[in-house]
Ligand binder design. Sequence first.
Ligand code: PLP
Length: 421
Amino acid sequence: MSATALKEPTATAQAPLDPEQYRADFPILSNVHPHGHRLVFLDNAASSQMPRQVIDRLVHYQTHEHANIHRGVHLLSERATEAYENARRSVQRFLNAREDREIIFTTGCTEGINLVMHGYGRKFLGPGDEIVVTQMEHHSNIVPWQMLCEEKGTRLRVAPIDDRGELVFEEFEKLFNERTKFAAVTHVSNALGTITPIKRMIDVAHAHGVPVLVDGAQAAPHLSVDVQALDCDFYAFSGHKLCGPTGSGALYGKAKLLEKMQPFKGGGDMILSVTFEKTTYNTIPHKFEAGTPPIAAMIGLGAAVDYLQAIGLDRIAAHEHTLLDYASRRLVEIPGVRIVGTAREKAAVVSFYVGDVHPHDVGTLLNEEGVAVRTGHHCAQPVMQRFGIPATARASFALYNTLADVDALVEAVRKVQQLFG
Ligand SMILES: Cc1ncc(COP(=O)(O)O)c(C=O)c1O
């Protein structure tokens, strides 16, 4: 395993991103016509679309490279292993991890968080220990820790958010004491779009000797992430939210922590030797990758992060910010429309409701106009409770969305308002 800390050059120049240049990479955008309309896909926070470059990589793998990895000495097994390990190095570059053995392939962000709960939490936390989360976590960064609390008698401490959907930093800080043993916090809220002050949060936790897991599911597709600069202990994200395949994802962990942790799953590939008396575990990252993984999905993930890095995450962020500003401005011009989540630092998500119209009806009517948005509680029920609402409609952007997509959204919402208003 190599220890490269170098970031590969990304976009050649920081010219503004022209989404039209990239839309052609995404065949689904021109192949699907909901109710005869141009597809306006604004459900990217749930799952984004896949560019031809990733689809082609998957086809190439299945037609030229497929075999099981790390096991065979034959040609195809060598090819598959090389492609799989190259994908790991792509993710290493993407997160700027110090070493590729700090990248564990997972089936997604949820599995990454569960891995840390089982591997670190169940080994090192006990009765009376406290875990800090925030009120804006996705269920997948709440429920695993509640399961740990049930099993071990640990306690969850929740840092509140204010009316804008921003973390109340002083309250977050106050939660840390000698019983605090872990913090699991989001980088970007999926329901509100809030970008948390993640570096400051990590620094506070570290000042108390507390390791930090960052849920990066909504940040990795939109922001340039540097785990060494953040100094986070764990960083989890999903492939399907950043133009990669479902069933792919990665967990970054500092090598010294991963080495101390217990395995999450037992089975083939995660062992060095097995007898009925004693099993010796493999080195990291293999200790955490039991059984045959979704090899193709991980190779697709490698292609997806290479694709995003070649465009440049900073350019993607700037483009999506333009869309977010424009959408936020135009939506509130419509009578009855309220935006939930008005943090000063936001990523590519706008959650809203239209008067008393149920968000589900909003979503259904938008679909009739060709506009795909998400409606519901977005797996963040505590956020809905905080704002006293059952659900929102949520438009979320990706690099291939355009100002025309926002116009289509606004026109469709206007029709909803006129129908019910
Ligand atoms: C903030 C956040 N965390 C975690 C997850 C879970 O991701 P996955 O379902 O891909 O494991 C999501 C998915 O929406 C999310 O938005």
